[in-house]
Write a protein that binds this ligand. Structure first.
Ligand SMILES: *[C@@H]1O[C@H](CO)[C@@H](O)[C@H](O)[C@H]1NC(C)=O
Length: 155
């Protein structure tokens, strides 16, 4: 019986620790970049070769090509600069998990398809957005006008 109680305590501790890191958003930002890597077509292999999720430590994602962090020891994305990297495919997925990201540059790639209509929900903290020189189709989502911090936009 006591063994079980210890197990329960351990489990509780585990949940407390994992939920506190979720609260700070660090796990979210790692998940964000995993989704991005999985959803884009990486013709040159730059994300494949420089985004390595195997050795997780404080600030490891800050070494990835195109990733700028708020602080070098924290896995929290400030901006994602993926311009001119030979990327293709739809608008990257999972960006909503980079919840404190202020800059996104996807310029000069071959992204195609629509810009998501919920872009303002996905990228609430964004101050700069560069989607220029791609093959996006369809209209510019009206919700972009809800991105209240946006002050630089290049389409
Ligand atoms: C666009 O990307 C290509 C390589 O994909 C590069 O050669 C070119 O200089 C880039 N242009 C700009 C304006 O960044």
């Amino acid at each position: 019986m006591f063994v079980m109680a210890d197990d329960t305590k351990l489990l509780l501790l585990f949940f407390l620790l994992s939920s506190s890191s979720l609260c700070f958003g660090f796990e979210h930002d790692i998940q964000c970049l995993k989704f991005v890597q999985q959803s884009v077509i990486d013709t040159v292999g730059v994300l494949e070769s420089t985004w390595n999720f195997e050795h997780e430590n404080d600030g490891f994602i800050c070494q990835f090509t195109g990733v700028e962090c708020w602080h070098p020891d924290e896995n929290r994305v400030l901006s994602l600069r993926l311009g001119s990297l030979g990327l293709e495919g739809p608008f990257p997925q999972g960006l909503q998990y980079c919840s404190s990201m202020t800059g996104l540059d996807l310029s000069n790639n071959s992204f195609s398809g629509p810009v998501p209509t919920d872009i303002s929900w996905q990228l609430q903290q964004l101050t700069s957005l560069d989607l220029s020189y791609n093959s996006f189709s369809g209209s510019i989502p009206q919700s972009i006008s809800n991105m209240i911090y946006l002050n630089l936009i290049t389409l």
